[in-house]
Design a protein around this ligand. Structure first.
Ligand SMILES: Cc1cc2nc3c(=O)[nH]c(=O)nc-3n(C[C@H](O)[C@H](O)[C@H](O)COP(=O)(O)OP(=O)(O)OC[C@H]3O[C@@H](n4cnc5c(N)ncnc54)[C@H](O)[C@@H]3O)c2cc1C
Length: 284
């Protein structure tokens, strides 16, 4: 494994980064934590002469409120988000999910934007952000645009990003009153093999809203809308487990066969739903 020579550029504004990208075209690539990119280059799957290191653009590392939402800059590391007092206090399930990503070394350099842009199908944040209804802010030559997360991750290593576009931020809505979120995963090796996130909102002792996302088992994270409807209809846990098992759409890979993954999804959905309900308190 050997890297071919490249030049690193360190823009301090998005405009400067865009200029570098257009100057070097397909020989340039954005570089954040490098935990995926350098691996891909070392393995010889890609070769670039110019790495545009966007970590020095201040707005990309900021973590702040944006109205009711949490705004996370595209280059905020998993660790900086997980340890942010704002996130711990007001988005604790997000902090908890990120604490389970990789190891502290990878979390210290790997970024949320890099995770989403790379779109490895085995991703914790992509599943979690789908359950909570996050949006991705994308910056490009044409300005800024917002992409709902369910329209951002399109498949393995495939996103809605156009050439030269940068993830400038991720916007996470607040958990609604009476609501709670839980995220669980099963990992056999370093990357997750199954990820499940559930957002539940209670009203008058019953489930008024449910969003269940399953990821890392198939081509892209997906909502289980029939299982969500059953949850809101007050169906028992056994029924939800069976429905989730049928509704998910796994693909066979090194983590296991389709039927095995279906079984894992059913079990994990049951546990995650139970946890979200318990956190929200007092439901059917
Ligand atoms: C050992 C190991 C274990 C891991 N375990 C987990 C795990 O348990 N769960 C999990 O979810 N993930 C896991 N990961 C993945 C990890 O989260 C990602 O490696 C990391 O978040 C990627 O971010 P980065 O900043 O390093 O991206 P980089 O490697 O810098 O970039 C990755 C790709 O995204 C592009 N890019 C980067 N930033 C932007 C941006 N702002 N806008 C547009 N494009 C951009 C780059 O051009 C590149 O193509 C693991 C990785 C490793 C190495």
């Amino acid at each position: 494994m050997r890297l071919t020579p490249f030049e690193i550029h360190t823009p301090t504004t998005l405009e400067e980064a865009a200029g570098l990208i257009s100057r070097h075209g397909e020989d340039a690539v954005l570089y954040a934590g490098g935990t995926e990119l350098l691996l891909v280059m070392k393995l010889g799957f890609a070769e670039y002469g110019h790495l545009i290191d966007i970590k020095g653009i201040p707005e990309l590392s900021a973590i702040d409120r944006d109205g009711p939402d949490l705004r996370i800059g595209g280059c905020a590391t998993h660790r900086s988000i997980e340890t942010s007092a704002l996130v711990r206090d007001d988005w604790p399930a997000l902090a908890e999910m990120l604490r389970g990503v990789a190891n502290v070394r990878v979390r210290g350099s790997g970024t949320l934007g890099g995770n989403l842009a790379f779109a490895d199908p085995h991703s914790d944040p992509a599943t979690f952000l789908l359950a909570v209804g996050a949006q991705v802010e994308v910056w490009g030559a044409g300005g800024r645009r917002m992409v709902p997360i369910d329209q951002f991750v399109l498949g393995p290593y495939w996103t809605a990003l156009e050439a030269g576009e940068v993830i400038s931020a991720v916007l996470v809505p607040p958990v609604p009153a009476g609501g709670a979120v839980a995220h669980r995963k099963i990992a056999f090796h370093e990357r997750p093999a199954v990820t499940v996130s559930c957002m539940v909102r209670n009203e008058g002792g019953r489930v008024a809203e449910a969003r269940i996302a399953v990821g890392s088992v198939g081509l892209a994270p997906a909502r289980l809308t029939a299982t969500e409807a059953a949850m809101m209809a007050g169906e028992p846990a056994d029924r939800l487990q069976a429905l989730a098992q049928d509704e998910c759409d796994p693909t066979e890979d090194a983590n296991g066969a389709v039927d095995y993954k279906r079984h894992l999804v059913g079990v994990l959905v049951r546990r995650t739903v139970d946890e979200a309900r318990a956190r929200a308190g007092g439901t059917n």
